[in-house]
Design a protein around this ligand. Structure first.
Ligand SMILES: Cc1ncc(COP(=O)(O)O)c(C=O)c1O
Length: 455
């Protein structure tokens, strides 16, 4: 498997593209906070014979024969998740985070009932009731917001909860750099009898690694993707807590029915196995060290960015994630920043900031995180160097100001891209990024060396 020999012969084109992606990762700084580098053990489970099996249903209750082994795989994943998170019920079948969240709604609510989640632009997730997602169309979404300082506006939330009596409240975010306020949100949800669902997709690895508070005592339901800080394959879990079961003894059963047959067909058994592997890895003492380093690295990166003159939303981070506010030099400049950093081998994503002054598509911030670079072995000194490199690249694009006129914008972006492609300083910084990465080899076991002659 390690040499991808079969793929090399059967499909040189895809073989070469995988090699190119590995090169991109090896020579660049991967700072997207929702990404990580899975172990080869996780990848081997993903690339196994388990991908072929149909197993609609649950262990001991399948609609297909031949599931003796698959039952054991699924039960192993469930048991490990229960142990690791400390919950009485786990469903490991959701295909990914978005379906998992939709399954929560469909298990709890009728269409038109009220949901509250953090506004998308303020750092919430699409599936928490945003207008662009079916969750915002099927349900009555009354979003809560962050204040100008970037922290959650509890006063507004409490007022709206008292008026609207929501059925479901989400706590858990996609671009919020501070600790998730499980306790405060539980108090608010309990005040109106709402279900509290904690979406810990971003911070699951920090929770099991002991560096972020667990939602288990506070939430009724917990969802998480398995592929971010948890460092597993792309997939998701839905968990029910003891608090959830005492509010509604049928909660686990309803979730189960909603996942299958309600929304999904056959589970992705190769993913379930890889989730089990990742959960085992996350239960080891080394993972606690990893999680602590992720947060230490995020703090170090934040300090370096601020020392180099950049502004961070909330002035720092409690987690793995940082949000840079570009408005001091460029409202709407997230695109320039993302593309220039990309050209320098630093991968981030443009993101809105609280009270976004420009637009959701041309936002005024960039979102960064440390899970992947920490997996790679980087520590505070490399984060200091990274912060400096980012500030240097951003210095190259400070002069670009996003036009507010649509027609003017297309031309302006085109000429920005032309300038960027001939920016010698950015090329020089690209080399420095590659040098910073060199002492931290990524997947040294994998070789794609002879792919060029095939492509
Ligand atoms: C908080 C949160 N929930 C859910 C999701 C959705 O996960 P997926 O992309 O696997 O559907 C994400 C992914 O970005 C997320 O950040």
């Amino acid at each position: 498997m390690k040499e991808f020999g079969e793929l090399h012969d059967a499909d040189p084109e895809i073989f070469a593209l995988i090699g190119d992606e590995l090169d991109r990762k090896r020579t660049g700084l991967e700072l997207i906070p929702s990404e990580n580098f899975t172990s080869l053990a996780v990848m081997e489970a993903m690339g196994s014979v388990l991908t072929d099996k149909y197993s609609e249903g649950y262990a001991g209750r399948r609609y297909y024969g031949g599931n003796q082994v698959i039952d054991k795989v699924e039960e192993t994943a469930i048991e490990r998740a229960k142990q690791l998170f400390g919950v009485p019920y786990v469903n490991v079948q959701p295909y990914s985070g978005s379906p998992a969240n939709l399954e929560v709604y469909l298990a709890l609510m009728r269409t038109g009932e009220t949901v509250m989640g953090l506004n998308l632009v303020d750092g919430g997730h699409l599936t928490h009731g945003s207008a662009g997602s079916v969750t915002g169309r099927l349900f009555n979404s009354v979003p809560y917001h962050t204040k100008a300082d970037g922290y959650i506006d509890f006063e507004e939330l409490e007022r709206n909860v008292a008026e609207q009596a929501p059925k479901l409240i989400w706590v858990g975010y996609t671009a919020y750099p501070r600790a998730f306020p499980f306790k405060e949100m539980a108090k608010i949800a309990d005040s109106c009898g709402a279900y509290l669902a904690a979406d810990i997709s971003h911070i699951a690895g920090l929770v099991v690694g002991g560096v972020h508070e667990s939602p288990v005592p506070y939430a009724h339901i917990i969802t998480t993707t398995t592929h971010k800080t948890l460092r597993g394959p792309r997939g998701a879990l839905i968990m029910v807590t003891d608090k959830g079961l005492s509010k509604d003894p049928d909660l686990a059963k309803n979730i189960e029915r909603t996942v299958f047959p309600g929304m999904q067909g056959g589970p992705h058994n190769h993913t379930t196995a890889a989730i089990a592997v990742a959960l085992r890895e996350a239960s080891r003492p080394e993972f606690r060290t990893y999680a602590a380093q992720v947060v230490a690295n995020a703090r170090a990166l934040g300090d370096a960015l601020m020392e180099n003159g950049l502004r961070l939303v909330t002035g720092g981070t409690d987690t793995h994630l940082l949000l840079v506010d570009l408005t001091p030099f460029s409202a709407g400049g997230g695109l320039f920043a993302q593309e220039a950093l990309d050209a320098a081998g630093i991968t981030v994503n443009k993101n809105t900031i609280p009270h976004e002054p420009f637009s959701a598509f041309y936002p005024s911030g960039i979102r960064l995180g440390t899970p992947a670079v920490t997996t790679r072995g980087m520590r505070e000194p490399e984060m200091a160097a990274t912060g400096h490199l980012i500030a240097e690249v951003l210095g190259e694009v400070r002069r670009y100001v996003m036009p507010s006129e649509r027609l003017e914008r297309a031309e302006y972006i085109k000429s920005f891209r032309a300038d960027l492609s001939s920016n010698a300083r950015v090329d020089e910084l690209r080399k420095q990024v590659a040098q910073l990465c060199e002492p931290f080899p990524l997947y040294p076991e994998l070789s794609f060396e002879d792919r060029r002659k095939h492509s």
